[in-house]
Design a binder for this molecule. Structure first.
Ligand code: F6R
Length: 248
């Protein structure tokens, strides 16, 4: 796991965008795994800027999002479909048929998960963008999720509902379930780019580096992946005492 230290959120986003662009340019048909939430917003802004400056095209890029709430339609402003369209896809030249996000309104969630996971197996993800939950979740894989999990429906942890309620009018509106790529699905990506910013993530960052690998802290599995880059800002690294592994 390479840990790259940056000053702040802006630098983290810029650095991540440069890594993504560099990889897209090297691959003929790149496949990106994408995350939502506040962490990657700056990355998407920077990628849009690079597209507008003709530095990069997304026309041959295929994307798979990590997760989607169940029960929310694509045009619900709180759905991850809506988030991705408004914050990224509507502003770049990606082919809409190359975009994949789990269907939160599927009539059969079991089938939706199987179909989604098969698509990912067939189109191996080159770079998976990840954020991390304060409880160590990746995607919506909450503590206790088996490392062998594939795409599945999850019951969201109370702390995740609480954290995500900032996007909703009130906490009662936050869906309690979501479809998420499984941990094994995520781990099959060729490269993982984990972005960590802010003091709220400082404890998770410290645990990521120092905890034993355990299903109690899902992100700890990343220690077993051969190609992970973590870009963390100074606030996120504030609780890490031993910085010898960190590239500053
Ligand atoms: C989002 C996702 C989540 C978030 C995590 C951090 O698609 O899968 O794991 O990455 O909850 O969220 P933020 O970035 O809002 O702190």
């Amino acid at each position: 796991m390479d840990i790259i230290c940056v000053n702040d959120y802006e630098e983290m986003s810029e650095k991540a965008a440069s890594i993504v662009v560099e990889h897209i340019k090297q691959l003929s048909k790149p496949t990106l795994g994408l995350a939502t939430g506040s962490t990657p917003e700056g990355l998407y802004k920077s990628l849009i800027q690079k597209y507008q400056q003709n530095q990069i095209s997304f026309k041959d890029v295929t994307t798979f999002n990590l997760d989607e709430y169940t029960g929310l339609s694509k045009d619900d402003p709180n759905s991850y479909h809506y988030y991705m369209s408004h914050r990224f896809f509507d502003h770049i030249d990606i082919n809409p048929s190359h975009i994949h996000i789990p269907n939160g309104k599927a009539s059969d969630f079991g089938q939706e998960c199987i179909k989604y996971d098969e698509y990912i197996r067939k189109n191996k993800i080159d770079i998976q963008i990840l954020g991390i939950g304060e409880n160590g979740h990746i995607g919506f894989n909450e503590p206790g999720t088996p490392f062998a999990s594939r795409t599945h429906v999850v019951e969201l942890a109370e702390s995740t509902i609480q954290a995500n309620s900032r996007y909703f009018k009130n906490i009662e509106e936050v869906p309690t379930k979501a479809i998420t790529m499984g941990i094994e699905t995520i781990m099959e990506s060729n490269m993982i780019l984990l972005l960590v910013s802010g003091e709220k993530k400082a404890e998770a960052m410290e645990r990521l580096l120092n905890d034993n690998v355990s299903e109690d802290f899902p992100a700890s599995i990343l220690q077993r992946h051969g190609n992970v880059k973590v870009i963390a800002d100074k606030k996120a690294l504030a609780k890490v005492k031993d910085l010898t592994r960190v590239l500053c």
